[in-house]
Design a protein around this ligand. Structure first.
Ligand SMILES: *Cc1c(COP(=O)(O)O)cnc(C)c1O
Length: 370
């Protein structure tokens, strides 16, 4: 049996007719940027997340970068302020900080959940800390109850990185509605994915919303009148129309991901493999199913030899990247071990339960002595 890591084509084929209709509507409307399709999607996605506002932008990195930039524009942040971020995140979270001339303070995650550890966050706070940037990594919400308490104790802004956690919730409160603002990515492989690059910011702060609305469009609310030095980071009508269609399938697809995850969790039994820890089932939308093994390379090869494609998220932690020489001498043993051991199994709405059972079976045969 061949099991691909993620079959994007199959996922999009499942709503082919509706996507063709949505794209045709945009083609025939004669209006391609900042129009009705964007307004519709922003309204639907804000409602989905439980926030007052949503702003479409060009991609997930811009969603994070522009939010920090807006806070600088509003006088809430200044160059050199510190932003606390998990050390094991994807590079985009760090780039958004340094792009704004802010200082990333890398904090070791909880080794079980891969998410920000509240005790480590408290220890990392200095008089210059202004922002917490929790990343809901692999689809599981960070410990937002405790992190929000820390933020109110220390008067910090909270920017959630929700690029991997569309629809994840704690007690009905969704990813993107906990912090002062949140950045989402709709990169094709994300749980809600466009057919190209796309992103969004959610917030319930009307002032932030107004600033961001201008910043993403040349710093302009009114054509040819520029109140800020903005950028061009807009969400195309065609992608907004596609996302509105796909949002209608998201909850169903999340349930499927949860079913696949249960199949893995119930059936993989091998002491060379550490399974992911689930804090509560609703909290996890399984963007990725990430196991750990001290024999990762052999395990990946064994799975590959049996037709199973796996990936590593991520092989090199941000502090060891060539792009950040200033961070290279940090010692972050928990993060480093995570990066040496993690392996992502096939996961997605097009993966069948039979395929998941096969993956579990092969995992269980790894290293057996027969
Ligand atoms: C994908 C991702 C981003 C960036 O999104 P893009 O749309 O690719 O710019 C940011 N943070 C995390 C955690 C991501 O996984």
């Amino acid at each position: 049996m061949n099991v691909p890591f993620l079959d994007l084509k199959a996922i999009n084929q499942a709503c082919r007719e509706q996507l063709i209709q949505a794209m045709t509507d945009v083609l025939d409307s004669g209006w391609y940027i900042q129009g009705q399709k964007l307004n519709e999607f922003e309204k639907k996605f804000a409602e989905y997340c439980g926030t007052e506002f949503c702003l479409g932008v060009a991609n997930g990195l811009d969603a994070l970068t522009l939010t920090l930039r807006a806070w600088k524009t509003m006088g809430k942040l200044k160059s050199g302020d510190e932003v606390i971020v998990p050390a094991n995140t994807y590079i985009a979270s760090i780039l958004a900080i340094t792009e704004n001339d802010l200082v990333p303070v890398l904090v070791e995650p909880n080794a079980d959940t891969f998410n920000l550890c509240p005790e480590n966050v408290r220890r990392a706070i200095t008089p210059r800390t202004r922002v917490l940037l929790p990343v809901h990594l692999y689809g599981q919400l960070a410990d937002m109850e405790n992190l929000m308490e820390i933020s109110s104790d220390h008067n910090l802004l909270v920017l959630e990185d929700s690029a991997q956690s569309h629809g994840a919730q704690i007690d009905g409160r969704k990813s993107g509605s906990w912090g002062d603002a949140s950045g989402f990515s709709f990169y094709p492989g994300k749980n809600l994915g466009a057919l190209g690059d796309a992103g969004a910011i959610t917030t319930s702060d009307p002032e932030l919303y107004e600033v961001l609305k201008a910043l993403r469009n040349y710093g302009s609310h009114e054509k040819y009148k520029n109140i800020f030095q903005g950028v061009n980071s807009r969400l195309d009508e065609i992608q907004a129309a596609i996302l509105s269609v796909k949002l209608g399938f998201l909850d169903e697809q999340t349930k499927h991901r949860q079913k696949i995850a249960s199949a893995y969790l119930d059936n993989i039994k091998n002491n060379a493999i550490t399974l992911p820890v689930v804090v509560s089932p609703e909290q996890h939308v399984w963007h990725l199913f990430v196991i750990r093994s001290s024999r990762r390379q052999e395990l990946q090869r064994f799975l590959m030899d049996n037709g199973i494609q796996t990936l590593i998220h991520y092989p090199i932690p941000p502090h060891q990247q060539q792009a950040y020489p200033g961070l290279n001498n940090l010692e972050l043993p928990v993060t480093e071990r995570i990066h040496n051991e993690v392996l992502s199994l096939p996961m997605g709405p097009s993966l069948s339960v039979e395929e998941a059972a096969y993956v579990a079976q092969v995992c269980n045969r790894f290293m057996s002595k027969d």
